[in-house]
Design a protein around this ligand. Structure first.
Ligand code: IMP
Ligand code: MG
Length: 173
């Protein structure tokens, strides 16, 4: 099957918005450090760009959970593929995600991370598809709300392709 990519958000728009969110996070965490947890693989481009815009001290860790195969709809099954390297007890944790869709992945992740007693836990996402929500999740920082369409680029993939696109595009099948 071949697909085409239609640009939804340009590289400039995305980068500008990440700068704004970075400034907001820097203000909100003033006097503290932020421990960013990047949700692999999709969150990696966003995490790097965001971390560069945050002016308070930042530490990074990575986690990989799986809820999708090479499909475009959620299976509802979430498992930890790679756990964090460091304990998060007492840390001000900021989960950095590429996209929140049904909310299943994040509601599961937040529950398990809360059990490790961070000082605080907040959520930042590049994209949100609020119409698709099945599980209620509180999202503290959203760069863009987008309609219910399957998107790629800036870390997001379709069957592991297109993560490296510097913009966000809609997949047209
Ligand atoms: P959720 O558990 O349904 O919220 O799904 C979250 C995960 O599904 C995201 O972290 C992505 O990996 C993947 N996902 C959801 N929507 C899209 C999309 O439009 N493009 C690419 N991946 C998506
Ligand atoms: Mg993801």
């Amino acid at each position: 099957m071949s697909e085409r990519i239609r640009q939804l958000l340009s590289e400039e728009e995305v980068n500008r918005r990440i700068c704004q969110i970075g400034e907001q996070i820097s203000r909100d965490y003033e006097g503290k450090s932020v421990h960013m947890i990047c949700v692999l693989k999709g969150g990696v481009f966003f995490t790097c760009e965001l971390a560069k815009r945050v002016t308070v001290p930042v530490s990074l860790d990575f986690m990989s959970v799986s809820s999708y195969g090479n499909d475009t709809s959620s299976s509802g099954v979430v498992r930890i593929v790679k756990d964090l390297d460091e304990p998060i007890e007492g840390k001000d944790v900021l989960i950095v995600e590429d996209i929140i869709d049904s909310g299943r992945t994040l509601s599961y992740l937040i529950e398990i991370l809360k059990q490790r007693h961070p000082a605080s836990i907040h959520l930042c996402t590049l994209l949100d598809k609020p119409e698709r929500r099945v599980k209620d999740v509180k999202v503290d920082y959203v760069c863009f709300n987008i309609p219910d369409e399957f998107v790629v680029g800036y870390g997001l993939d379709y069957a592991q392709k297109y993560r490296n696109l510097p913009y966000i595009g809609v997949v047209e099948f």
